[in-house]
Design a protein around this ligand. Sequence first.
Ligand SMILES: NC(=O)c1ccc[n+]([C@@H]2O[C@H](COP(=O)([O-])OP(=O)(O)OC[C@H]3O[C@@H](n4cnc5c(N)ncnc54)[C@H](OP(=O)(O)O)[C@@H]3O)[C@@H](O)[C@H]2O)c1
Length: 294
Amino acid sequence: MEPRILDGKAVAGRVKAGVAREVEAFRTKHGHPPGLAVILVGDNPASQTYVRNKETACREVGIDSEVYRLEASAPEEAVCRLLRQLNEKTDIHGILVQLPLPPHLDARMLVEAIRPEKDVDGFHPLNIGRLVTGEACMIPCTPRGIVTLLERSGVSIAGKHAVVVGRSNIVGKPVALLLLERHATVTVCHSRTPDLAAVTLRGDILVVAVGRPQMITGNMVKEGAVVVDVGINRLDGRLVGDVDFESVWPKAGYITPVPGGVGPMTVAMLLANTVEAAWRLTGGVPALAGRRDF
Ligand SMILES: NC(=O)c1ccc[n+]([C@@H]2O[C@H](COP(=O)([O-])OP(=O)(O)OC[C@H]3O[C@@H](n4cnc5c(N)ncnc54)[C@H](OP(=O)(O)O)[C@@H]3O)[C@@H](O)[C@H]2O)c1
C-alpha cells in the first residue's frame, strides 16, 4: 500500500483557522487581541528566521506580536528586567525567549523568570512538572504539534509501541510523555543506545528528533510504521530531516515530509498556546469551547 503523507502544513492550516476564530472571540470580549512577546538576543540568522515566521503566523491569525531585539552583549539583568515588565503587562499573554542564547546568558534561569501562565513554549519547570504528572499545563509546541498531527490524521496511539529517538528537553522527553499519556508503550533511545536499529524496528510509531541528516534508513523501520521526522538539517543547500525519506518511504504506513511536516505544526501550536493563555489569564474559558478544532 502507498504510504500516506502526514501533511503538517494542511493540518496546521486547520489549527490556525480554529485559533483565528478564538482570537476573534477574545477580541470581541476584551476589546483587544491576545498578545505575544518574543525576546531575541543577538543576530543568529536561524533564530531571526524563526522569529520572523512567528511574527507572520501571529499576523495571520490576528494575535498581536511584539519582538524585543536585544544586542548579543545584553547583560542578563537587562533581559530579566524586560521579562519582569512583560510578566506584568496585561496585554501580553505569552512570552518566549528565542533559543539558543549567547553563551554569557543562562537560558534556564531566564526561562524560569517567565511567569508560568505566560510560558507559551512550555519550558518552565512548573509546566514540565505538570506535564509529567498529567495535569493541565502549557505543553511544549513541537511535542504538542506531533501528537496533534497524529490525532488529526487519524493515527491511533493507544496500545501502540512508540519509539522516540532523541531525549532532549524540548522534543524527545516531552513527546514521550504525551505518547505515554495517550496509552502508547514508549521506548526512548539516545546516543548511548546500543544497536539502535534493533529498537527502531519494533516501533509502530517512530518519532525521530536527533539532528543528524537522514540517519534513520529504511532497514531501521518496521513495515507499516508511522514515521514522524522532527529533524531540520541543511544538506547541500536543501532542507532534510533525520529520516532518509527515499529509503523509508516504501516501508512506512504514514510519514511526515521535511519540510511541511512537524515544522508548521510547531508554529501552529505556539499560536494555540498563546490564545489559550490569554483566555486563562483573563479568567475566561474559550468562547468557542466545544467547537474549537485545535
Ligand atoms: N520541526 C520543528 O519544529 C523542530 C523543533 C525542534 C527541533 N527540531 C529539530 O529536531 C532535531 C532534534 O532537535 P533537539 O533540540 O531535540 O536536539 P538535541 O537537543 O541536540 O538532542 C538530540 C538527541 O538526539 C540524540 N542522539 C544524537 N545522536 C544520536 C545517535 N547517533 N543515535 C541516537 N540518538 C542520538 C541525543 O542523545 P544524547 O542525549 O545521548 O546526547 C539527544 O538526546 C534537530 O534537527 C532540530 O533542528 C525541529
